[in-house]
Design a protein around this ligand. Structure first.
Ligand SMILES: Cc1ncc(COP(=O)(O)O)c(C=O)c1O
Length: 362
């Protein structure tokens, strides 16, 4: 039985009528940009995270650039960022005028640690981007204890929780992507900045709209970067289901454990105090190519997401040359995402484990 890498349609099937209702509401309102749906979703999503403010933007990449600028990052500054992440986490830094400084990760959690960040700090460090990779939650409080503000890149961690609060409300500010395959996804591009700092929220609100408060005067060069009304309405219909989907992702992880996957490969380890809503379920194996072949032969979805870490991408040459990150290189070489979704069943998990066992015995 084939098992897909992810399943975005099954969780939405019971919500079709609600989603159509949300789209109709926007059509009838004839308000498409920065109207009541965006305002309501900003409030509802910020409240879900436990933050005071939400600022809807066009996508999770521009969310990072705008949030960094709203935090005061600019030319001459450095921003520490892990190299084992989706490229956009680092790509969003140079447009602010600051330099990305790459740091290593904990290969068990795939997240940055305070020690990794400490090794990359200089007097020019203005902020740290802590990526909550694969739905795990980086130890933000420990990093902020080093004396630098943290921007949480929470693109992959909607629905995750920790003993110290949810992603979106742990660091100075946080960013989200609502790309369709994310834990909370819209039907196009979308993003959000959350923060409890009134000044950061106000600056982000201005920056997303051409650096203007009133459409008449322009205080700084900003962006045209807005979440639109249709996407906000679609997200509002889904938000009440995020916790149940997050629990489905945790349950899927337990199915893998109960089927004995941990005997065959390295399992993802939650950061202490975190309860990840696994966005991607990423395992590791020293001979990962043979695991890939075994899963391919059994028609099981799998994908190595970040085989080339960001600091070794051509576009990052200016900032990545000469950087040595051993745990990042190890994770890049050995990781593999296997099927994960809110509806992954114990039977599907058993199929995946049986295919992986074939590699182990063969
Ligand atoms: C960790 C991470 N950061 C940033 C982004 C960028 O988000 P977007 O694709 O909405 O620009 C993504 C998702 O694609 C991501 O996974």
């Amino acid at each position: 039985m084939a098992v897909p890498l992810f399943d975005t349609s099954a969780p939405l099937a019971p919500l079709r009528a609600e989603l159509r209702g949300a789209i109709d509401r926007v059509l009838e309102s004839e308000r498409y940009i920065l109207g009541p749906e965006v305002s309501a979703f900003e409030q509802e999503f910020a409240a879900y995270c436990g933050a005071a403010h939400g600022v809807g933007v066009a996508n999770g990449t521009e969310a990072i650039t705008i949030a960094l600028r709203a935090m005061g990052v600019g030319p001459g500054d450095e921003v520490v960022v892990p190299s084992f992440t989706f490229y956009a986490s680092a790509e969003a830094i140079p447009p602010t005028g600051a330099r990305p400084v790459f740091c290593d990760i904990d290969p068990d959690t795939f997240c940055v640690t305070a020690d990794c960040v400490r090794a990359a700090l200089t007097p020019r460090t203005k902020a740290v981007i802590a990526v909550h990779l694969f739905g795990n939650v980086a130890p933000v409080a420990e990093i902020e204890a080093l004396g630098v503000p943290v921007l949480e890149d929470s693109a992959q961690a909607a629905g995750s929780t920790t003993s110290g609060g949810r992603p979106g409300a742990i660091g100075r500010a946080a960013t989200f992507s609502f790309f369709p395959s994310k834990n909370l996804g819209c039907f196009g591009d979308g993003g959000m900045i959350t923060t409890s700092d009134e000044r950061i929220a106000e600056r982000a609100r201005t920056l997303r709209f051409h650096g203007s408060r009133d459409k008449i005067t322009y205080e700084q060069v900003g962006y045209n970067s807005r979440l639109d009304e249709l996407q906000a309405a679609i997200l509002r219909a889904q938000l009440p289901h995020l916790d149940e989907w997050a629990e489905g992702r945790r349950r899927a992880g337990r199915h893998y454990e109960q089927a004995g996957l941990g005997e065959l490969v390295g399992l993802p380890t939650p950061v202490q105090g975190a309860s990840p809503a696994w966005h991607l379920y990423v395992v590791s194996h020293p001979e990962v190519e043979s695991l890939e072949s075994a899963l391919a032969a059994a028609d099981i979805g799998h994908k190595p997401y970040y085989r080339t870490p960001v600091h070794r991408q051509a576009a990052m040459r200016e900032w990545g040359t000469g950087v040595e990150l051993p745990a990042t290189e190890h994770a890049a070489r050995t990781h593999l995402a296997i099927p994960m979704s809110p509806v992954l069943s114990s039977g599907q998990a058993a199929e995946v484990v049986a295919a992986a066992r074939g590699r182990a015995s063969g």
